[in-house]
Write a protein that binds this ligand. Structure first.
Ligand code: BES
Ligand code: MG
Ligand code: ZN
Length: 474
């Protein structure tokens, strides 16, 4: 897709607000016939073979328009263009009181780009999405419009990179290959990437990660990515992603109904943090971030960890393995402790496809959050809202902490079925050293969709790449 900000060529796309008057013949005609009113997401396509081509796009009520709705409208527009084989349009974005024109441009470009995503590398009859040119201008003059467009393109680049990682099948994407991709892509952008193999993980003491990963022929990797680009600031933010490249459940094996077949998505957290690192390094953000992924496969073999085992972790705390399918939190325990104790990050966010319970509570629409610091959470929530990525904070108090207690070890890796998202989050809290501000994001529902939703495709979404970018871009 191409964007020009200084040309008026191609099919005219006219944004229309509902119940407003315009001097527009096509609009009069469609209103008369009740074909188009300007309601949100309405599109009317007029493409005569010998007359002037024009497309009307409905934006609803002017003072009710939200950024995220602009994404959806432009997503739809581009789908319509592709279907009609119209490859060049011109559109002038209106001035809207509630949305700064910069944000409007950002949303339009993001929405348009979202429409081009495909994961079809395994299809023999795949075709490239057609090259579409959008000549984009604004009613209110924007000095930096080109910069705004190119930033939106970079953001979507980070999101698509995350999606490709998460959509990739476990046959090809496993700890070693994930580490190789992260190294190759991020090193090129100036990120320092360290990869620890199984033996080095033992030296580091990552006993939790190793226990979960030990049944697989594809051995764990511990991936540490450092982007330190603000020497004037001492604060370092830690990002931890769950990197279970395949989750069979282990001996507490998943039933088919529990959709084992999509469990290549269980490194969704890793996809998001690696995508975010790519984005912030591409944009050269002035910030300090260390991202960590403990990558492993949760498999079954003669050497697997078993229900009832007691294992140790990097922190020294012991864990009763009540259920081998609650593996993510064990791997995260080591990564979060490594970030907060060994690397001394000042704040930490972990992202994980952690619990089916999160889908029960929030469907595929909201990410579930648990935190030990309300102020930090509020900041993140603001960044998420701006990104159009919905997050919902869970209650988390001692009643829930009680459920993780073990009679044989320091903690147990499941707190039972009830409140499963919360107890999973609070399990991780035990491994946050120095009481640093911490947010846990359960993306089990939002990282990988069973069906397309608004401008998001079925499959991997790259959720929260943009949230984290917004948070770090200050
Ligand atoms: N990877 C799963 C969670 C998951 C479910 C991710 C659906 C994406 C979609 C996780 O490791 C898991 O199996 N969790 C268990 C925890 C339980 C045993 C306490 C679950 O949710 O069933
Ligand atoms: Mg599991
Ligand atoms: Zn899992």
């Amino acid at each position: 897709m191409k964007f020009n900000t200084n040309k008026l060529e191609g099919v005219i796309v006219t944004p229309i607000f509902e119940d407003e008057n315009y001097n527009n013949g096509l609009l009069e005609y469609t209103k008369g016939k009740k074909l188009f009113k300007g309601k949100l997401n309405e599109i009317f396509v007029n493409l005569p073979y010998n007359g002037e081509k024009e497309i009307l796009i409905g934006l609803g009520k002017r003072d009710e328009l939200k950024e995220d709705q602009v994404r959806e409208v432009f997503f739809k527009l581009v789908k319509v263009l592709a279907k009609n084989k119209e490859f060049e349009v011109q559109v002038t974005l209106p001035k809207v009181e509630n949305i700064h024109t910069e944000k409007l441009v950002n949303a339009a470009v993001e929405g348009a780009l979202h429409a081009t995503y495909k994961f079809d590398k395994y299809k023999s009859d795949r075709k490239d999405f057609p090259e579409i040119t959008i000549n984009l201008t604004t009613e209110e003059q924007l000095e930096n419009i080109e910069e705004v467009v190119s930033e939106a393109c970079d953001i979507i680049g980070g999101v698509f990179f995350a999606r490709d990682l998460v959509n990739e099948r476990a046959e090809y994407l496993y700890p070693e290959t994930l580490a190789n991709i992260a190294s190759k892509e991020l090193t090129a952008l100036g990120v320092e990437v360290e990869v620890y193999d199984e033996k080095q993980c033992e030296e580091l003491g990552l006993k939790g990660l190793l226990a979960v990963g030990r049944a697989s022929d594809r051995k764990p990797r511990f991936i540490v990515m450092k982007y330190l680009n603000n020497p004037e600031e001492s604060e370092v933010v830690g990002l931890v992603g769950k990197g279970v490249t395949y989750d069979t459940g282990g001996y507490s094996i998943k039933q088919t109904a529990n959709s084992m077949d999509i469990m290549h998505c269980d490194m969704g957290g890793a996809g998001t943090v690696i995508g975010t690192m790519k984005l912030i390094a591409t944009r050269k953000l002035k910030t300090n971030v260390i991202a960590i992924v403990g990558a492993c496969e949760n498999m079954i073999s003669g050497g697997s960890y078993k229900p009832g085992d007691v294992i140790s972790t990097l922190s020294g705390k012991t864990v009763e393995v009540a259920n081998t399918d609650a593996e993510g939190r064990i791997t995260l325990a080591d990564s979060v402790y490594y970030a907060t104790e060994k690397l001394k990050v000042n704040k930490v966010i972990d992202l994980a496809t952690l619990t089916g319970a999160c889908l029960v509570a929030l469907a595929e629409f909201y990410t579930g959050a648990v935190t030990n610091n309300q102020e930090f959470y509020n900041e993140l929530n603001k960044a998420a809202k701006e990104a159009g990525e919905r997050v919902w904070q869970m209650p988390a108090d001692d009643s829930f902490r009680e459920l993780n207690k073990s009679s044989v070890a320091d903690v147990k890796n499941t707190g039972g079925r009830l409140g499963g998202t919360i107890t999973a989050g609070l399990f991780i809290e035990n491994f946050v050293a120095n009481n640093v501000p911490w947010i846990h994001l359960d993306i089990a529902g939002t990282a990988y969709l069973s069906k397309a939703e608004k401008y998001l495709p079925k499959g991997a979404t790259g959720v929260h790449v943009k949230t984290l970018y917004n948070l770090l871009n200050k």
